[in-house]
Design a protein around this ligand. Sequence first.
Ligand code: SAH
Ligand code: SF4
Length: 377
Amino acid sequence: MAVNLLDFDLEGLAAYCERLGEKRWRAVQLFRWIHHKGAREFAQMTDLAKSLRSKLEGSAEIRPPALASEHASADGTVKWLFDVGGGNAIETVFIPEDDRGTLCISSQAGCAVACRFCSTGHQGFSRNLTSGEIIGQLWFAEHRLRERLQPVAGAAPQRAVDNVVMMGMGEPLQNYAALVPALRTMLDDHAYGLSRRRVTVSTSGMAPMIDRLAVDCPVALAVSLHAPDNALRDRLVPLNRKHDLDALLAACRRYLEAAPRDFVTFEYCMLDGVNDGDEQARALVRLVSGRVPCKFNLIPFNPFPGSGLVRSPRERIAAFARILQDAGIVTTIRKTRGEDIDAACGQLAGEVQDRTHARARLARRRVIEIATAGGAA
Ligand code: SAH
Ligand code: SF4
């Protein structure tokens, strides 16, 4: 099969060009065509040496994941479903806000961590995405949205995606080798040029990999905490049995020495009667105080069929937030977006569960066009 150039960060592309007998600097040109301009065909790359273009024609391609469907929510959120083969599908969500657009990217088809409250976790693990499939979600979304933001020919390109969060399907730090080149491409000025603070890796707590990320590509870090003690966290996030709260918080603390921000964001999914009591909020304060500079982001639980769990009432979430705030911890409550298209946190299920029928279902899904040009902005 032809080499997928989306699999490479700039360094990888330079090495590939060298293998083709081309100068490394040619890779910069090629990289810019792919990621800046969104080119898919080598014939479009008019200022690229003919010799290189013809070598590429025979051996390489720009292969993003195949679009299966596109859904636009009433609130402007857009969800794309990509068919990644073998009956597997992944989801990518664009969340427009007043002054910026955030893209939520998947790192795996399914997830092996199996968190109690997560729809992806309930599907089981299917496979790791390649770097090309990870960055291909940004490649696709950026250029698709840009077309809509920029209907006037000749107008200067305007960026559509300002932030990337690795909060879609999968545990990014369990797909580390593919994740890092994709992150580097997000940051590269010859590609998307996002600042490190605008790219966030969210992890359920792969403590040793947090240390590696600090060395290889320190971006903003979000950690899914969900419980103030090991007994409860063992039940909600089974990975805790391997890397407990002590190990996790120590890794968070170390990470801050390299991180682009001076705090870690702790995500906390609010589950009625499970982890949302006043005493649990106080225990959280005791757990993190003086240990890890942090902010909390409380996520109202998004239900999915068969979860057996209930979202905490709004007043409970507010009371829980107040306890953290009164202890001096900046705490926000996540606004749920895209619920009408099942695009909210933890609802991304793809189609990995039922492999026999997934292919047929994917084929049946209609590609729904975004209603209005620029409507997602
Ligand atoms: N695997 C990574 C990133 C993907 S999940 C992680 O777990 O951090 C992104 C966020 O959504 C995590 O904080 C996760 O705990 C949360 N989440 C998962 N299922 C949810 C649900 N049903 N309702 C609300 N948040 C959920
Ligand atoms: Fe995997 Fe994150 Fe879902 Fe847990 S919450 S199962 S780590 S995707």
